[in-house]
Design a protein around this ligand. Structure first.
Ligand SMILES: [Zn+2]
Length: 183
């Protein structure tokens, strides 16, 4: 049987057809799964289309099947108090700094969703002495800011940036100084 590309393979790998890029993608997918990122998000971030392979790796890493539950529609689902709002705002600021450092271009103002930068932010955030943020919350925070699914605003009092949603109790004020944001 001829070798297939990793994207089209079933349960067996054909090592002779693998490229370094494929191995790097699998490594990053494993790290994302170890951090607890939900499988459909690992799938989209790593670029690995082989869902059977990903499910097998998930089972091996976690010893159980991946959560089949519905994914949230935005990061706002993870904001349940001012502390979670502040943690998510801090995660976005840290990601931005790590991402800009990664691409080595401080003049570039935008951000993109990068799996390595997401992982590094999650590891670094976990070193700040608080229980680490759910990486899924971190993923949605970065995605939602990049694609403008949520409003990311600056506080007029303390100049911190945070996710603003006037319809929710903990997102209508700056989570740090509690100044009401008037959108
Ligand atoms: Zn503030």
């Amino acid at each position: 049987m001829p070798c297939q590309s990793p994207q089209s393979m079933g349960s067996h790998w054909c090592l002779t057809s693998m490229k370094i890029k494929d191995i790097k993608n699998i490594k990053i997918a494993c790290e994302l799964m170890e951090s607890g990122l939900r499988l459909p998000l690992v799938n989209s971030l790593s670029g690995i289309d082989n869902k059977r392979l990903l499910r097998g790796l998930w089972n091996e890493i976690h010893g159980c099947r991946p959560n089949p539950g519905k994914l949230p529609s935005s990061v706002v689902s993870y904001i349940n108090d001012y502390q979670s709002a502040a943690d998510i705002a801090g995660f976005i600021a840290l990601y931005r700094s790590i991402y800009l450092n990664t691409i080595n271009n401080s003049a570039y103002a935008g951000m993109a969703l990068d799996p390595s930068a997401l992982l590094e932010t999650w590891y670094e955030f976990g070193k700040l002495g608080r229980p680490s943020l759910d990486i899924n919350a971190g993923y949605y925070a970065i995605r939602d800011v990049i694609f403008e699914i949520v409003l990311y605003v600056t506080c007029r009092t303390c100049t911190a940036s945070f996710i603003y949603d006037p319809a929710k109790r903990y997102t209508e004020r700056c989570p740090y100084c509690k100044t009401l944001h008037l959108g």
